[in-house]
Design a protein around this ligand. Structure first.
Ligand code: MAN
Length: 228
């Protein structure tokens, strides 16, 4: 700015000076004028409008990425197998447990199975959910309390790659389900070393038609032997 203030009476000088400062500030704020400090980087040579626009673009890009990730998760979820007619969609991760021998056994639908020592200490992973299967069960008529698999094709959840078994395989668990009023873990057996079988009652399989079940057939599973 021209220093015409020098020609003004002294009282007017500071008033004019203040007005000019205010005007400059407004112009910088509106993005019309670049702030007069010596630019040391490109950033400082931008008007506020450019900086704001750049920030808005960065913000929008972040939002777009978040939405894209969200969409991917939903797409992955949609292509996931939630069992016949998707009945397990709402149950995924519901957990049920029971005590047997020195352990409490827990299975979380479509998630994982674990063995927890009743005395405390760390739990042992019995496998992570890999797929649904159909198995042929021949356990005779269900017991009086109704807590049994009975006979016929049953829907099962296969859990694999659990904690490694000393001198044996990684632990795995077959969870065979039969129709019942509520979700319950009825029985647990270790059929071979570190190969477990769980019998579960759940309303989720009440409409299950073994002939229309999952394509992969697990073949025949022998009737339960000794309980743990
Ligand atoms: C633990 C448990 C058993 C298993 C043995 C194998 O004691 O997981 O179920 O049979 O380890 O060493």
């Amino acid at each position: 700015m021209y220093s015409f203030e020098a020609y003004l009476p002294i009282q007017l000088r500071s008033w004019v000076d203040n007005q000019l400062r205010a005007l400059r500030h407004t112009l910088v704020e509106k993005g019309i004028l670049i702030a007069s400090s010596t630019p040391s980087s490109d950033q400082q040579t931008e008007t506020k409008a450019v900086t704001n626009a750049r920030n808005a673009v960065t913000g929008a890009e972040t939002q777009l990425n978040d939405l894209r990730n969200n969409q991917k998760q939903h797409e992955a979820d949609l292509s996931k197998d939630y069992g016949p007619d998707d009945v397990f969609r709402s149950m995924a991760k519901t957990c049920i447990s029971t005590e047997s021998g020195e352990y409490t056994y827990e299975v979380c639908f479509m998630s994982s199975a674990a063995q927890k020592p009743k005395k405390g200490g760390s739990q042992t992973g019995m496998g992570n959910f890999v797929r649904f299967e159909t198995v042929d069960v021949d356990d005779g008529p269900p017991p009086a309390n109704g807590r049994g698999l009975g006979t016929g094709k049953r829907l099962a959840m296969k859990f694999e790659n659990g904690q490694h078994c000393w001198n044996g395989p990684n632990r795995s668990t077959m969870v065979i389900m039969a129709c019942a009023e509520k979700d319950e873990l009825w029985k647990i057996a270790e059929e071979e070393k570190c190969v477990y079988r769980m019998e579960v009652g759940t309303p989720a399989v009440c409409g299950f038609d073994g002939d229309k079940g999952p394509q992969q057939d697990a073949g025949s599973v022998p009737p339960t032997r000794d309980e743990l």
